[in-house]
Design a protein around this ligand. Structure first.
Ligand code: AHR
Length: 328
């Protein structure tokens, strides 16, 4: 009996040691909820962390304000969390607070938008979109589609940008402009921010339709702004997808629906589904596996109204063929 009791006690001790070894508090400083993409991103990370046994999730919504995110990061340090996941609303201005995270020796994982101080700070892993590539693909898709319908003269392009100063806006704009250099018959007639939201995309398109004589192509740096613009185009008595060719970015389900309905022409994928990447990285780090500082870009596709258009690194897929498989 005494031996059995000792065995039970020893087993209990081992189990509690295993449990405490794997008990982690993981905190996420998110930007806000400006788009369908962002909602899917929050949901993916939340489900992955909360679904992991022994892990506790602490979430902070920055509501698009850098000062809120800085405060959240300082709160995480005070709470003594075990890991911090971070994406910044803009690229600059994080040096001081991320240095504080480093000094507190809390492992940092960068997600989605990478801060411009990344080479000066310590982080354990980084996962994000290849924004310049996405921007180039937007223009390449539009140019090749226009070539396929024989429209290669005097094409007027409006670029609806995301949140000014964000990694996604900076990278996609760089990609848009670099690719446009290959198509001198495409001329930029509008370039302004719609702040990655549907409402601001709609308002900007309304104002452009009043002030710009002709727009043949809308390059919207995310799908939400493209969807807002579609409402404005319809309200102005024009036909989206025909009178104005529309290329979005993200590949959210609502964009697939718009493409299938004929209102939109293409969407360049930028996956928000980082939950599984984060879980794998933390498990690896806990097991002593180290990652280098390379930003890992998930493989992404292009979805459209025709299929078979070659853009840098991939060929477009007909949206109607895969709409039922979309996870976000
Ligand atoms: O950083 C990724 C971008 O942020 C997405 O393209 C956009 O929809 C989101 O708001």
């Amino acid at each position: 009996m005494k031996k059995l009791l000792t065995l039970v006690l020893a087993l209990g001790l081992v189990l509690s040691m295993v449990a405490s070894a794997s008990a982690l508090t993981i905190a996420f400083s998110q930007i806000g909820q400006e788009s369908d993409w962002r909602t899917a991103n929050t949901d993916s990370v939340t489900a992955a962390i909360e679904g992991h046994e022994g892990w506790e999730f602490v979430y902070s919504d920055g509501q698009q304000k850098q000062e809120n995110q800085i405060q959240a990061l300082r709160n995480f340090i005070t709470q003594g969390v075990d890991y911090i996941l971070f994406t910044g609303v803009v690229t600059s201005g994080w040096d001081e607070v991320l240095t504080e995270v480093n000094e507190a020796e809390i492992p940092l994982i960068l997600l989605d938008r990478i801060p411009d101080c990344a080479d000066k700070i310590e982080y354990k892993a980084a996962f994000g979109g290849d924004f310049p590539l996405e921007g180039r693909r937007q223009i390449q898709w539009a140019a090749k589609y226009l070539e396929s319908i024989g429209k290669t003269e005097d094409v007027k392009v409006a670029i609806m940008e995301g949140t000014t100063g964000s990694d996604a806006q900076v990278g996609r704009t760089e990609g848009n402009l670099a690719a446009l250099a290959d198509y001198p018959w495409m001329e930029v007639v509008g370039q302004q921010t719609g702040n990655f939201t549907r409402a601001e995309g709609q308002a900007l398109m309304e104002s452009w339709l009043k002030s710009i004589e002709k727009i043949d192509v809308l390059i919207a740096q995310n799908d939400d702004m493209a969807l807002g613009a579609i409402d404005a185009i319809k309200a102005a008595g024009l036909v989206p997808g025909k009178d104005i060719i529309i290329v979005g970015c993200d590949s959210v389900k609502a964009a697939f629906e718009a493409i299938v309905a004929g209102d939109m022409n293409a969407t360049i994928e930028c996956t928000p589904l980082y939950g599984p990447f984060v879980v794998k990285a933390i498990e690896d780090l806990e097991a002593g596996v180290e990652y280098d500082k390379t930003v890992v870009h998930p493989e992404e596709g292009v979805y459209d109204c025709v299929g078979g258009i070659e853009v840098e690194g991939t060929t477009s897929v007909l949206a109607a063929d895969v709409i039922d498989e979309r996870q976000y």
